[in-house]
Ligand binder design. Structure first.
Ligand SMILES: NC(=O)C1=CN([C@@H]2O[C@H](COP(=O)(O)OP(=O)(O)OC[C@H]3O[C@@H](n4cnc5c(N)ncnc54)[C@H](O)[C@@H]3O)[C@@H](O)[C@H]2O)C=CC1
Ligand SMILES: O=C(O)CCC(=O)C(=O)O
Length: 524
């Protein structure tokens, strides 16, 4: 049974797929109302009101996924979630149109002074001369941030006969041309535009992007819009430019601090405001709730998510292809970690054959998670494996090679520890399964699963019998056994899979046989 906490208001219809599952219990309450049972939840669904902080994550040790029904994840401490191994997903497309339409509604309202006129008429006035506005037709619109919403705003602006200038450092010329907009520098957008609208995320680079310095570069009489994130337009600077009359008006849906409360911006007649309503339509809320609900359901069923903020994004088709290698890699990591139970500095994974053409980042992360899990107390998974490796001073890298070791695909692992380098090769054979085909320099062929006993010995007659006798005497049944050696009479290894786990103190009994150098218990 999975428990999902929905802590902000969300479309009921969008959540319906989750309600259908008998494996899922949904609790719709604010975090503060369920403080005593936060540890029970596997998933948390939020909009922007719930702040997903490190402190909250610590109170939710069972949490596996946070779903943001919307775009911006600035209310979620993604780094902290990553450290806790919690996947963060969002619903990036569901509210694009609503927010673009809201921006356009705000733009029209701003230049035609519709809210002011509305208040006037409601106050029983009829003052037509007080509300003379401007046309949008023929005006220069500057769009800062040309992603999903910015480009939808541009389409609508073109339909209104506006000239669109765009600044986005990550926008390619081809995409801009396709959408019929002119790519500019930021200074050009500032200098050319009659109206400027921002559609970037709030980042270190965009915080205060329209501050005192850049506002001074805009045309006198410019109109400004922010339906993205509070803080992209610096509110203090905006006040100053409204006071001196340089900015003709501003339309704001978002603020540095929300809820806004009493704010000096509200005293300006030419500032129109909405309470973060960009995505507040029935359609957008249905879209985003349905999108996160579907993703969370997939995730809880062990399937891939497609819009994760802190995991490589995989389509279902790609996930299906990598799944076998993902499992093999995890087992290889677990085996290597137990075998090399010493500090390690570096891990290299080399891919050859069919696996080399797949999304290997995910496979490497899986191997790393398998390797780190026996070494750390907290949960390690694909989300936090890279971060934990870094914290522990373990570097890791991927290589690609043509040497498949005679198989259709081959994953080779090299672990560099103090005074010891360990190597292993694994392959996945459809219908046969995962096989380790090289272990610590010995060619061998065993399935990496269950209770394993590794013995390194001198290649002499009778060794297999002696090991078998010890196991028999302790009532331990051998399920399978594989041997490998470097040369006749040289160093050799045995890998036995057993029907029950070995007691740690039995290992010395094998060493006492003589001609056995190492006996290790491995559990996968
Ligand atoms: N008011 C509301 O209710 C809503 C607000 N939003 C906000 O709108 C904003 C845009 O959302 P989307 O278009 O979906 O995101 P997006 O990720 O599709 O687009 C953002 C664009 O900003 C660009 N960008 C990043 N740094 C930049 C910089 N320093 N200068 C210029 N451009 C930069 C990126 O290259 C990207 O093209 C986000 O902040 C999002 O949180 C989104 C939905 C609803
Ligand atoms: O949940 C909301 O209404 C806010 C939407 C938003 O700001 C976003 O998706 O970034």
């Amino acid at each position: 049974m999975f428990r999902i906490l929905v802590s902000d208001s969300m479309s009921e219809e969008g959540l319906a797929p989750l309600r259908k599952s008998e494996q899922i219990e949904i609790v719709q309450k604010k975090v503060t109302e369920v403080e005593h049972r936060l540890h029970e939840f596997d998933a948390l669904l939020v909009r922007s009101a719930t702040k997903v902080t490190e402190e909250l994550l610590e109170k939710m040790p069972n949490l596996k996924i946070v779903g943001r029904a919307g775009v911006g994840v600035d209310n979620i401490d993604v780094d902290a979630a990553t450290r806790h191994g919690v996947v963060v997903i969002n619903a990036p497309n569901g509210n694009t149109i609503s927010t673009a339409e809201h921006t356009f509604a705000m733009m029209a309202a701003l230049v035609r002074r519709i809210p002011q006129a509305h208040i006037s008429v409601k106050s029983r006035e009829w003052n037509r001369n007080a509300f003379v506005g401007n046309e949008l037709y023929g005006k220069h619109l500057g769009i800062i941030g040309f992603g999903r919403i910015g480009s939808e705003v541009a389409k609508r602006a073109r339909a209104f006969g506006m000239k669109v200038h765009v600044y986005d450092p990550f926008l390619t010329k081809e995409r801009a041309e396709k959408l019929g907009v002119t790519v500019c520098t930021l200074d050009e957008v500032l200098a050319l535009s009659d109206i400027i609208t921002v559609h970037t995320p709030l980042t270190k680079e965009t915080k205060g992007l329209l501050g005192e310095k850049n506002l001074a570069k805009t045309k006198k009489g410019v109109y400004l819009l922010n339906c993205a994130r509070g803080g992209i337009i610096d509110e203090k600077a905006l006040l100053q430019f409204l006071e001196n009359g340089h900015v003709a008006g501003a339309a704001l849906d978002v603020f540095e601090k929300e809820p806004l409360g009493d704010h000096p911006l509200l005293s300006f007649d030419n500032v129109i405001v909405t309470p973060h309503l960009g995505a507040s339509t029935v359609e957008a809320q249905l879209n985003v709730a349905a999108q996160v609900a579907e993703e969370v359901l997939q995730f809880l069923e062990g399937k891939p998510v497609t819009s994760s903020i802190n995991l490589p994004t995989l389509s279902k088709e790609v996930y299906a292809k990598i799944q076998s290698f993902y499992t093999l890699a995890k087992k290889m990591g677990i085996l290597a970690s137990q075998f090399m139970n010493i500090p390690v500095q570096e891990i290299t994974v080399t891919y050859a054959g069919t696996v080399a053409d797949l999304e290997t980042t995910y496979i490497t992360r899986s191997l790393l998670a398998g390797f780190l899990q026996p070494r750390v107390a907290s949960t390690v998974n694909e989300v936090n494996a890279a971060m934990i490796a870094k914290e522990r001073g373990i570097t890791f890298g991927e290589k690609f090679s043509d040497d498949t070791y005679g198989y259709a695909n081959c994953i080779s692992l090299t672990v560099y520890g103090e005074n010891k380098v360990f190597t292993m090769k694994g392959t996945h054979i459809p219908t046969y399964g995962d096989r380790i085909v090289q272990f610590d320099g010995f060619s061998i062929d065993f399935a990496p699963e269950g209770h394993l006993l590794y013995i390194q010995h001198h290649d002499k007659p009778g060794m297999i019998g002696k090991v078998g006798n010890v196991l028999g005497a302790h009532d331990v049944n051998i399920a399978t056994m594989q041997v490998g050696r470097q040369k006749a009479g040289g160093k050799a290894i045995m890998m036995l899979s057993l029907d029950k786990p070995l007691d740690e103190d039995m290992l010395q009994t094998f060493i006492n046989i003589g001609d056995i150098e190492t006996a290790k218990k491995l559990e996968v």
